[in-house]
Ligand binder design. Structure first.
Ligand code: AMP
Length: 499
């Protein structure tokens, strides 16, 4: 109730300062792991707007681009993010900025953001009765959130997810996980990662506790599970790998957990068995899904027998589509392949999102109606197979140059575009390195004949890319090795690192 009151007050304040002539029904939330961040997400939704999460750990130039492209005229900022805000909003069209944390010096912020309106804790409005009795989520086609993901051509892509999409996902999730007021849920994801929506909305709609670790607590996940007495764990497999490396997955370590859920990248079988033993009272599940299909859309329940029988390459199956979703495995011509053959996974149903923000061309390429099938299917770019008619979907890899770096979605093409531009070279290659069971731990870049020295090139890339996309190392090669098709041979480049 306290959170709802804060959110409604933010919604009322935004409403009072809304520019009705403006068409973007989106509110930016530039806040990180704070009460203001969560009240801001809910506040935007109570106002009837979608939220656009922005992250102070991303380079300011990238954040400015997202803010500008979303067309938001209103921004919520928490205290610790407010320091970076002046740099981001400089030169932008006038914005209404709400800085609700009492410790933020709104006068100083206002001076640093000329041309924009800054409102502080003292300016917050009282919500009308209608607003106070409203609900944050409906099942309309209005945008619930706009998330920017890495784009292969060098520009982040905005994925617009509707309220109906989120409601469809949450209905499924609540029927499966039966969250109630005794539950204590993790929040391992930043708001810029859509998996955070699962934690927030299942907790809030069922009176459960959302346990949000600080950046410092994130470094000791095992301690966080114990101290917070979590009952529901949800993370990318990379966090479990990290826990295993820290030797904090000993048997019986986490008896309070009743669900241990993973999503976002391939889930290694051995790691899953280790986690299952560490959380003896938990049911362990592998969820799968891209942002474009609203958080997750297939699921596999881990067990000691069937998961081991059906795993391929030591990776847990991604299971079955949710009952409301239909999956098809397609060849290059978008025709379904027979059981036992590999193909591209495509799904249709109520979780298919609205597409890419203001980009009909990219939307049309990825959201398609395959011949012989009805409905709009999203082409995931994931290579999958079913080994038996009644067997689970197994994930075999990607059909493109998208990878996961510690669970974050990364288009290698976007990094390569930045390296080409900043290095003044015609060709650059980015590779996930070191390789992990689920993807990669970081990025290494390769260039040939760059004008900029490697250290400077890394520094320049850091001004344009989020930290997990910045190459840790740039290797200069005299000439790129080519494969038999005359293309740059990525495997040969990787072999250089292996040596
Ligand atoms: P994102 O949009 O950041 O959620 O990334 C979506 C991509 O992550 C998918 O297209 C897959 O390549 C990968 N992914 C998500 N969940 C899984 C999973 N359980 N197993 C394998 N890959 C996954």
């Amino acid at each position: 109730a306290a959170l709802a009151a804060q959110a409604q007050s933010l919604a009322a304040t935004f409403d009072n300062h809304a520019d009705d002539s403006h068409t973007s029904h989106l509110t930016a939330v530039f806040a990180h792991r704070s009460v203001a961040a969560y009240a801001g997400v809910l506040g935007a939704l109570f106002q009837g707007n979608g939220y656009v999460p922005l992250n102070r750990h991303f380079p300011p130039d990238r954040t400015r681009q997202m803010l500008q492209r979303s067309g938001c005229t209103q921004v919520l900022v928490d205290h610790l993010s407010s320091e970076q805000l002046p740099e981001i909003v400089a030169g932008l069209e006038p914005l209404v900025i709400i800085a609700p944390d009492p410790e933020t010096d709104t006068r100083a912020l206002s001076d640093a953001c000329p041309g924009h309106t800054v409102l502080g804790a003292a300016d917050l409005a009282t919500p009308s009765a209608a607003l106070a009795s409203g609900t944050p989520l409906t099942s309309s086609d209005a945008v619930a959130y706009l998330l920017f993901t890495s784009g292969s051509t060098g520009q982040p892509k905005g994925v617009a997810v509707s309220q109906a999409n989120v409601s469809a996902f949450l209905d499924w999730a609540q029927s499966r996980y039966e969250v109630d007021e005794h539950d204590r849920m993790s929040q391992m994801f930043d708001l810029t990662f859509d998996l955070s929506v699962f934690d927030m909305f299942l907790a809030w709609s069922n009176g459960a506790h959302l346990c949000c670790p600080t950046d410092r607590e994130l470094i000791h996940p095992g301690k966080f599970v114990k101290q917070s007495e979590l009952t529901i764990w949800f993370s990318v497999p990379s966090v479990a790998m990290f826990m295993s490396r820290l030797r904090t997955l000993k048997p019986q370590s986490y008896p309070t957990l009743r669900w241990a859920l993973f999503c976002g990248e391939p889930l290694p079988l051995d790691l899953t068995a280790e986690f299952a033993a560490a959380a003896p009272n938990a049911v362990v599940e592998n969820l799968y899904g891209p942002t474009e299909l609203t958080i997750a859309c297939t699921v596999h329940r881990y067990d000691d027998v069937t998961s081991h029988r059906d795993a391929v390459n030591g990776i847990v199956p991604i299971g079955e589509p949710f009952p409301t979703m239909d999956a098809a495995i397609l060849d290059d011509e978008l025709r379904e392949v027979p059981v036992g053959s590999d193909g591209e996974l495509a799904l249709t149903g109520p979780q298919v999102t609205l597409g890419y923000w203001q980009d009909p061309e990219k939307t049309a390429a990825a959201f398609v109606e395959p011949p012989g099938l009805t409905g709009v299917y999203y082409r995931t770019g994931d290579r999958v197979r079913r080994d038996r008619v009644d067997g689970p979907l197994v994930h075999l890899g990607r059909l493109d140059h998208q990878i996961k770096v510690n669970g974050h979605r990364v288009e290698l093409g976007e990094i390569e575009a930045v390296l080409r531009e900043e290095g003044g070279v015609a060709a650059a290659v980015a590779i996930g390195w070191p390789v992990t069971d689920a993807g990669a731990g970081g990025i290494v870049g390769f260039v040939s004949g760059a004008r900029t020295d490697p250290t400077e090139l890394c520094e320049k890339a850091a001004l344009r890319l989020p930290p997990y996309m910045v190459p840790r190392q740039i290797v200069e090669v005299d000439e790129f090795p080519l494969n038999s098709n005359g293309k740059i041979d990525r495997l040969a480049l990787r072999a250089i690192l292996d040596d």
